[in-house]
Design a binder for this molecule. Structure first.
Ligand code: PLP
Length: 411
């Protein structure tokens, strides 16, 4: 059975060109880049070239501003813990209620350590309220960490504006953004619209490089202590022998994303819009999570009332279709994601949320097949759902009212 892969916000296929670029460093060029003998200069130069390429592609000032890590989780932990270690006198942090666990979990940990953390709320379409942001900024704010785009819904936050407001309030507040879902997809110019961003995290495996490599952009002059201690790699800012091949792959992958960016984004958006249009036309009681907000072109998160996302994913998987749900199985019970809960997705729909996320490797045929199969899966599962049967037999005004309220329809 052919696989239809629509889970690109979880991870992406490694591009063949990236494999090709990495291959020498997985075979003949195996030398430790920190070694003194001549053959080690190959890997050392490759890292230097990758660093320059990435800094340039993101509009950074200097290659040294790019720090290689093992993943976006490490980049986020470095950004946050590195900032608090460098600024012991301030103890107030601002983030959002919808961050990826790689920031959300760290922020919760800071609370446990006695930091004051404001988690900005979102409206039912997933948008932040700028006035709330301005209200919570304080003279003793140390760090603002706001993601660029949400991994589950694709909703894009106005990082340019939030970072500008932060620096106008107090230039010493450090601004971090988790751009894991946007690097290579949305324009990022660290000397232009992103000039007020101090720290920016991303990961290779979301942009057709392998898993196990990431980067943290650290603007020159940003107070940020090393998070991993040990050797003197990365100018003493991140210990551990560099993953040369994957670093080369990361730079090549970003180059490729930007090389064909406009054409790819148009094609990806057209495919996503076709899915969205067909689902909303053919499936009753379906809402698009994040509708009405600016969203990534590749992401579609739909909530199907009265059924479980896990059931849908299982059925999709039986047809070779890979997608994901917003639920995480925790301690034996299926908890809806903190992101959808923060958006107040109605209780009849929150468990039935499914995310389709596309990439340049998807085709019209993939979309055609998913559009053919998904509505039938939903219909069949609803036939088995006691909630659906109750609803279909005697619609409950409260449930319907909830779905028709502005909150529900603009999800
Ligand atoms: N941040 C965001 C927004 C993500 O989507 C992800 C992965 O899904 C991460 C961080 C963590 O990335 P990694 O797997 O590279 O640690």
């Amino acid at each position: 059975m052919d696989i239809i892969y629509m889970d690109n916000n979880a991870t992406t296929r490694v591009a063949p060109e990236v494999n090709e670029a990495m291959m020498p460093y997985l075979t003949s060029e195996y030398f430790n880049p920190s070694s003194m003998y001549e053959p080690a200069s190959g890997p050392a130069d490759a890292i230097a070239d990758a660093r320059s390429a990435i800094a340039k592609l993101l509009g950074g000032n200097k290659p040294q501003e790019v720090l290689f890590t093992s993943c976006a989780t490490e980049s986020n932990n470095t950004a946050i813990f590195g900032t608090i270690a460098a600024n012991p006198e301030r103890r107030h942090v601002i983030t959002t209620a919808v961050e990826h666990p790689a920031v959300y979990g760290v922020a919760k940990d800071l609370e446990r350590r006695g930091f004051e953390v404001d988690f900005l709320s979102v409206d039912p379409s997933g948008r932040l309220d700028i006035t709330e942001f301005v209200r919570v900024l304080r003279p003793d704010t140390l760090l603002v960490s706001v993601m660029h785009a949400n991994n589950e819904t694709g909703v894009v936050f106005p990082v340019e504006e939030l970072s500008r407001i932060t620096k106008e309030t107090d230039p010493s507040i450090v601004f971090h953004t988790d751009a894991t879902q946007t690097v290579g997809k949305l324009p990022i110019d660290l000397r232009g619209a992103f000039q007020h961003v101090d720290l920016l995290s991303f990961s290779g495996h979301k942009l057709h490089a392998p898993k196990g490599v990431g980067a943290l952009y650290v603007r020159r002059g940003t107070p940020c202590r090393p998070y991993l201690l040990g050797g003197h790699q990365e100018d003493g800012r991140r210990a551990g022998t560099e993953n040369v091949a994957f670093i080369v792959g990361l730079a090549r992958a970003l180059e490729l994303m930007l090389e064909n960016h406009d054409e790819d984004e148009i094609r990806i958006k057209a495919m996503r819009d076709r899915l969205e249009h067909d689902f909303t036309r053919t499936i009753p009681y379906l809402q698009v999570n994040g509708q009405g907000a600016p969203r990534l072109n590749n992401t579609l998160n739909v909530a199907c009332h009265f059924i479980e996302g896990e059931g849908i994913l299982y059925q999709l998987s039986n047809h070779g279709i890979c997608a994901s749900s917003g639920s995480a199985c925790t301690s034996g019970s299926l908890e809806p994601s903190h992101i959808l809960r923060a958006m107040h997705v109605p209780f009849t729909a929150i468990h039935g949320s499914v995310r389709f996320s596309l990439s340049r490797y998807n085709t019209e045929e993939d979309v055609h097949r998913v559009v053919e199969i998904f509505p039938t899966i939903v219909e069949n599962l609803r036939r088995l759902s006691p909630y659906w049967n109750v609803e279909a037999a005697a619609p409950r005004p409260d449930a319907i009212k909830m779905m028709e309220s502005p909150e529900a329809t603009h999800l």
